[in-house]
Design a binder for this molecule. Sequence first.
Ligand code: NPG
Length: 377
Amino acid sequence: MPIARAAAPVTLEAIELRVLQIPLVAPFTTSFGTETVREVIIVRARTAAGDGWGEIVTQHAPLYSSEYTQGAWDVAERILAPALLDAGSIAPAQVAPLLAPFVGHRMAKAGLELAVLDAALRAEGRGFGAYLGAVHDRVPSGVSVGIQRDEAALVDTVGGYLDAGYVRIKIKIKPGRDIGDTAAVRAAFGAIPLQVDANSAYTLADADTLAELDRFDLLLIEQPLQEDDLVDHAALARALRTPVCLDESITSHKAAADALALGAASVINIKAGRVGGYLEAVRIHDLCAQAGVPVWCGGMLETGIGRAANAALAALPGFTLPGDVSASDRFYHRDIVTEPMVLEDGHVRVPTGPGLGVEIDHDALEAFTVARAELRR
Ligand code: NPG
């Protein structure tokens, strides 16, 4: 039976935006740079029936994608939030169509939509997982491991996560830190579920190097080439035995359909922020499920707000590979929710309370806030 993903409209009275800077437990290095602080925008939708929370997962600089915090702040504050407030009463499913005339800015749109979703579902006493069509009460937890100082440090770090119980390891790679790093992890830990993420660091000219990864029996290689390199990804996929998974390239349901039609990917990473919201994420899930293409839930170093939403999304039936839905303490000493997500037997629980099922720790929220704006109707 198809899930009726409908929720009643809410009447928006105000939208509060905050920039937070939350220290990371350890520096996180990818092929595009090193982060020591997570800069993120938190959205609070104030409605007649109560508040809802969302998260805009941009980073300080446009390195992962063209979106970045100050750009998202500007478009949310001057364009997107005012458009929502002008609508007055709005159902969650109307948010994306209402914001569709504004090109791009998917992370900003996703964060606003999530706040409206949370408010609407809290008002109805419904959980986000049940609303999306979750079929599990917990999901297997994978962990994303940044590029370390050297192979020994990588083995050490991966060992720690395996000891903690993470059921799948993803290591970040870049040219010069690919074959050796992967070989070191395989040599140290044998046949663990392992995948690699290049964050667009290669070109098709590197196909021979990337083919060397075939001998490691990886679950997949994620986003080896640029965001707009769909045709090159298809060529690379034909040259590799390792399944090619796309992340950055999948910016919408249409992009996912195109990638599958071209043979550019045989696995898809779904991130709600990257595709403009959780409802678009579910549409991509449904498309892939119908096509028999496995999907998994990506992560953007979310706070407890986005982490709760990701756990719910990852509990949909087509998410057949473990996602980057880690425990909060993988990234943060202190989160902004009262019950940060924990790892239990290699899994994280899908919250079941109304809305996202998490409560805000207002002291922590204040402590990390570096900018704040409130927009009223
Ligand atoms: O577990 O939240 C997590 C992090 C997973 O590696 C991860 N995210 O490229 O997928 C990525 C990367 C990322 C994080 C990208 C933040 C951009 C911003």
